[in-house]
Design a protein around this ligand. Structure first.
Ligand code: OAA
Ligand code: MG
Length: 388
């Protein structure tokens, strides 16, 4: 297989909501189509990728560095020994002449291409991505479905406690059993009222609620909230301090006994390893949220899983950020603990295929070849327009 052309674009995934750190009024995303020379039913096979959410588009880096390297590579430099397209070899090609460190600058761009290459590789084999991944990198027996939780509970202009409760009821009616809300964008007393309002909707069960600070707190505030949250027995307390402040995280983990989660703003093996080495994360209860799309793709994510295994961590403690169809396949194939979901947000890229049904908080990746973005009608129209 050869890649004959690459088409990148930028689309908005904006909304009026706000977490403790940013609003999403200008949020956008890179999308990509890689057209191959393999023809099936009279049409070329095309691999699609996009850049999750939370970081802005990386289209310029893609167009100026990653795609020229990919398109200029000799055909054999992108193939494995069996002559199949190898996303791992393509990763080395894209990263040639790049110095170490400074990962966030380019990890999103590489992640988009890595996603499209995996889509293409699975489509060439005629199988859904989770099957291809399980056969190539897993044990050949993927999970049939994946735990998903509904992320929401953002701050928004005029949003009342009743609105917040209705939002959470909607998630439960849609089939979710665990929900997530934002904290740290109000004072502690107001956040505790919001948390208790949501726990009411969860029949008083705080273990079905996650709270997310989006990296806002200093150590004193992290510990103060931790003391107040302890009584609820939450599912997790997320990204409490700056994502690179491992000492803060370590002190928090010594003082907060319930689970903590972090990692959505770590973009490399090296950063994730530093979190594990220095961040005090506890393999018996804490969770890692590295998003494969934002952090150099699945090729790097597999290195992160290997590193975790060396440090005694189970893949079940990984629940990626992002709420997208790519991580859903990865979670099923590589036996992760679950995947995020944002019902209704970050459209058209976010979420699962249009026919996905959440049952008792679990969902299956579906059986379309590749990632299955063809099963997201609105998004697929935009992706097709990129190259048609
Ligand atoms: O608000 C955001 O940037 C999204 C986020 O943290 C999450 O999904 O955990
Ligand atoms: Mg988060």
């Amino acid at each position: 297989m050869r890649i004959v052309s690459a088409h990148a674009g930028t689309i908005p995934i904006s909304s009026s909501m706000r977490n403790a750190y940013i609003d999403f009024s200008k949020m956008d995303c890179t999308i990509l189509a890689l057209v191959s020379d393999v023809v099936v039913d009279g049409r070329p096979l095309v691999g699609y990728g996009f850049s999750s959410n939370g970081r802005y588009n990386a289209t310029a880096i893609l167009n100026e560095r990653m795609l020229p390297r990919l398109l200029d590579a000799a055909a054999e430099d992108l193939l494995d020994q069996e002559g199949e397209l190898s996303p791992a070899k393509a990763w080395d090609v894209m990263m040639s002449n790049e110095k170490p460190g400074g990962h966030g600058e380019r990890s999103v761009a590489v992640g988009v291409v890595d996603m499209a290459l995996h889509d293409l590789a699975a489509k060439a084999a005629g199988v859904p991505l989770y099957r291809w991944l399980s056969d190539h990198y897993g044990d050949g027996a993927p999970d049939e479905d994946v735990f998903v939780y509904a992320a929401g509970g953002y701050y928004a202009p005029g949003k009342t406690l009743k609105d917040l409760q209705n939002e959470m009821r909607g998630f439960l009616e849609a089939g979710y059993e665990v929900v997530k809300m934002k904290i740290g964008g109000a004072d502690l007393a107001e956040d505790l009222r919001r948390i208790e309002a949501v726990i009411d909707v969860l029949d008083g069960d705080g273990s079905r609620l996650m709270v997310d600070v989006n990296g806002k707190f200093d150590l004193r505030t992290a510990l103060e909230y931790g003391r107040a949250l302890d009584q609820y027995g939450l599912f997790w307390y997320e990204e409490v301090g700056d994502p690179l402040d491992y000492a803060l995280n370590a002190t928090l983990s010594e003082n907060y006994r319930n689970p903590i989660a972090t990692g959505e703003n770590l973009f490399s093996l090296q950063d994730a390893r530093n979190l594990i080495r220095y961040g005090g994360m506890r393999p018996d209860r804490d969770f890692l949220q590295v998003d494969p799309a934002l952090s150099y793709g699945l090729t790097e994510y597999r290195r992160i899983l290997d590193m975790l295994a060396l440090h005694g961590w189970s893949s079940r403690r990984c629940i990626p950020h992002g709420g997208h169809q790519f991580s859903l396949h990865i979670a099923a194939a590589l036996k992760l603990g679950g995947n995020e979901s944002y019902p209704g947000e970050f459209q058209p890229t976010g979420g699962f295929t249009d026919d996905a049904v959440i049952t008792r908080g679990r969902v299956a990746p579906g059986d379309l070849p590749g990632i299955g973005l063809e099963g997201k009608a609105e998004f697929y129209k935009i992706l097709r327009d990129l190259h048609d």
